[in-house]
Write a new protein. Structure first.
Length: 198
């Protein structure tokens, strides 16, 4: 029991623990529309670049580079005064748009996964590619305020839990489990707003 507690304490005080803590602080500050959320997002993403590379999750590494860049853009945009609440209304995708989304992510994931499997020592090459490419595409759905983005995040985050657990990134797996819960609440909140608007 003491050994398990010591292992948990070491994990919490590790670089991964710092990245997880900053990711949580980012969410809390973003909800309050604080400019400092972007600094937390940048540092957390920068740490995850290292952690994912070390875990041989190469596409997740690039995904966190993408998130770090988005954090810089978010900081700049909010400092310029263009941040704050978005007046864009919530929309939904047609069946054809869902199929197009699935086709794009599938082609990118299969091609990228094939390359990683045959040219690197990547762990989970196809799954890593799927998580990364679907996250990038779904991020744009969030920006466009598409209702179904939340449902896609449930799938992406659920798969990420398994991958991070397998790579012994237990705190990150726990963080993604928390994301799944938050996403469920986000979906129902947006769905209520969408139904009221229509």
């Amino acid at each position: 029991m003491q050994q398990q507690l010591q292992t948990i304490l070491q994990a919490v005080l590790s670089l991964e623990g710092l990245a997880v803590a900053l990711a949580i602080v980012y969410l809390l500050l973003a909800a309050r529309e604080s400019l400092w959320c972007w600094l937390c997002a940048f540092v957390s993403s920068a740490i995850y670049v290292w952690l994912c590379w070390e875990s041989k999750l190469y596409m997740e590494t690039w995904l966190n580079v993408f998130y770090a860049v988005m954090a810089v853009l978010g900081w700049w945009q909010w400092r310029q005064g263009s941040g704050g609440s978005d007046s864009r209304t919530i929309t939904t995708l047609t069946t054809m748009q869902h199929l197009l989304f699935a086709a794009i992510v599938s082609v990118l994931s299969l091609g990228n996964g094939y390359y990683l499997q045959h040219n690197t020592d990547a762990a989970w090459p196809y799954v890593d590619s799927f998580i990364t490419w679907s996250s990038v595409v779904v991020t744009f759905l969030v920006v466009r305020k598409v209702l179904e983005n939340w449902l896609y995040w449930i799938l992406i985050d659920g798969i990420a839990i398994v991958v991070y657990f397998d790579r012994e990134r237990y705190l990150t797996a726990l963080l993604f489990a928390g994301y799944v819960v938050i996403v469920v609440f986000g979906y129902f909140k947006w769905r209520r707003e969408y139904q009221q608007a229509t």
